[in-house]
Design a protein around this ligand. Sequence first.
Ligand code: G6P
Length: 608
Amino acid sequence: MCGIVGYVGPRQATSILVDGLRRMEYRGYDSAGIAVINGTGVKIRKAAGKLSALVDKLKTETPDGTIGVGHTRWATHGAPTTPNAHPHLDQTGRIAVIHNGIIENAGTIRKALQMRGHNFKSETDTEVLAHLIGEYDTDNLEEAVASALWDVEGAYGIAVICSEEPGTVVAARNGSPLLIGVGDGEYFVASDASAILEHTRSVVYLDDGEMAVLKRDGYRVRNLTETHVEKPVNQIEWDLATIERGGYDHFMLKEIFEQPESLHNTLRGHLLEDEGTARLRGLNLSDDELKRFDRIIITACGTSWHAALIGEYMIEEMARVPVEVEYASEFRYRNPVLDDRCLVIAISQSGETADTLAAVREAKRRGARAVGLVNVVGSTIAREVDGGLYLRAGAEIGVASTKAFNSQVGALAMVSLRLARLKNLSVLQGRDFIRALNRLPDQIKQILDRAPEIERLATKYHKAGNCLYLGRGVNFPVALEGALKLKEISYIHAEGYPAAEMKHGPIALIDENMPVVFIAPKDAVYSKIVSNVEEVKARKGRVIALVTEGDVEIAKLAEDTFTLPQTHDLLTPILASVPLQLFSYYVAVLRGCNVDQPRNLAKSVTVE
Ligand code: G6P
């Protein structure tokens, strides 16, 4: 989703801003722009479409200046055109604003400003904010921004510069992530650490309601009432290599291949084999507290929601605690029944998804304990929950989530194990589960070594117009995730269904052109899924089956099979999801799709 980068220091700003925007391309956007100040006012360059369109414009007219702001926009208010691209200027053309989020009362403010003679050049809420700041500006940008923000409702991360204060960037955050990069005699603002990582690893995360004032000789954090707020400087641990492709054609492929290591990192240090349990200190919950919960709600969006569904099967099966899985966007506006015996688990790769964050806040407001399974260290959800686990999967850049998904499932497996051992799981069963978990990284590696088999399947099926994914039990969510991966990046219409539910509708779609992917490991519901495969075969559907090594029954029925190593029934989703990720990747490549930045999608959805 939208990206913000700003710079003040001794160096030329344009190339720093463009490089920063390039690093944030993965978030998804549809136009880009920069504003730079030099002795002759604010210079704005912007272009609809990919960053390369802006870079082309800059080749002929690069603005000079050592202070500036840059933005990639993901359209919300107004089409993705050049006039709607950020930065936006105020009425006088002195103040430039870039903005992530949505100003909800922009319509009302726009009307009031129009009555006072303001003319707008775009359809955006951001231009309204720029004009409002301009109205307040007498001779102090910082105060003008603070005054304007009192009038504004909604979510924002903003960065503002003014030609009359050519040494100051003012930034503010409310509901949309923003951080300050502290360099040596230079300062940055960014919505995503990857934008500034090549310049500094020291960052200050802004919280909602906070502003920052960056000058060449230092920075200060404040809020709307106090002019100074003390904030810690954090060190980012990951380095540039983790956000570069490292020889792979796409980030998605790199991240799929990183899974042996990323899953190992998720599990590392948590599993106590002797005791047959998991140590999860980050949850900040004692054994007594964990035992007291009589209900668990897991809330998330997108791929993380699919991981949550797998968690539901795991926790109910192992720990016998009732679990509900809620789309965060629904949870936040329902009237959920919550009390202090209910544990809410929020799952988010980015830790910034607006709906998931709002669900966490709602859960806490209603007195529930909220914990997070989050990948991005220092993200807003990670900072607001009562406790949680970091996934430690490393930076995930590809918009289609892969390694984070399996780390989420791994983390949920550990939560299930901990809860189960406090209830009725024996130490021996706990040890078996741990051994199975520990084998997974090697087993994923074995699957990845056979990627060419999946590539051949992709070559065979990549022209399909539709695709059905079917699974049962804990592998039903894997079917949902397999279908989501395919539609996200190859734009093939795909549906995931519980295999037996197929006969209540989707069976009508099956003919000799329909590939049907079965997730059919040798588990407790194996014989049931064999019958479902027969039903599809009887209608001439083209069955592709993921089966356990040694399977002969389904292999006889299916047109194509891919074998999975043997594991604990509840852990099959981690292995089964890997060939499905590879399948959608190769299909998308064969169809010429932009794998890492699929159309209309954003990596981190920071608006509702
Ligand atoms: C976006 C991404 C998905 C992701 C979802 C939730 O839609 O494109 O890949 O699953 O957001 O993101 P989160 O960061 O909260 O896991």
